[in-house]
Write a protein that binds this ligand. Structure first.
Ligand SMILES: [Zn+2]
Length: 180
């Protein structure tokens, strides 16, 4: 038997989502293998599933692009004047500089991450059709671009918006399907 980690309990990722059975049925029915669903509820399921998958599986690393900013301390050179430098007869130029502490000699520091174009499109679709859940979508965006990104340690403390958003998408899909 598979053991469930804490964050997997009652999550779609752990196959124990609130509407797990319905979610799986609707997904199989509405989301084609190709990358574009025909119905809006299928499209929403596809978007929410992709965001959730990348969050749990890759720490959302495929949903955002890193933005690097030049280090203010060394102006991007990665090195600083060595204050302990004492000129001597041997021409040791490299002693004149030391690696910048601030950026470890890299010249750039990690800035905030930016949503990828693909993620931007999914976020837009979700907000457009689920305005009542737009705060959850915003929290998802925050989790992708915020400081806690890239957590391969699988400590998914900020997974709530993904789960609640999926509940909302499934509810939307159930209602849409009733109309047909
Ligand atoms: Zn620097």
């Amino acid at each position: 038997m598979r053991l469930f980690l804490d964050y997997e309990n009652k999550t779609y990722w752990g196959s124990k989502g609130k509407y797990q059975k319905t979610y799986e049925l609707l997904f199989d029915k509405l989301v084609p293998v190709q990358d574009c669903a025909v119905t809006i509820e299928g499209e929403l399921l596809r978007c929410a599933t992709n965001l959730m998958y990348d969050y749990y599986n890759n720490g959302s690393c495929n949903m955002a692009d890193g933005v690097e900013t030049q280090c203010d301390y060394c102006n991007g050179s990665g090195s600083l004047d060595n204050e302990d430098y004492v000129p001597d007869d041997e021409d040791n130029d490299e002693d004149m500089f030391v690696d910048c502490d601030w950026c470890d000699g890299y010249g750039y520091t990690d800035g905030r991450r930016k949503l990828s174009d693909r993620a931007k499109q999914m976020v837009k679709t979700l907000k457009e059709y689920l305005p009542e859940h737009s705060h959850l979508v915003s929290q998802v965006v925050e989790s992708i671009t915020g400081d806690k990104h890239y957590n391969y340690d699988y400590n998914h403390e900020d997974n709530k918006p993904y789960e609640l958003l999926m509940d909302g998408v499934v509810e939307f899909a159930i209602n849409k399907q009733k109309e047909v």
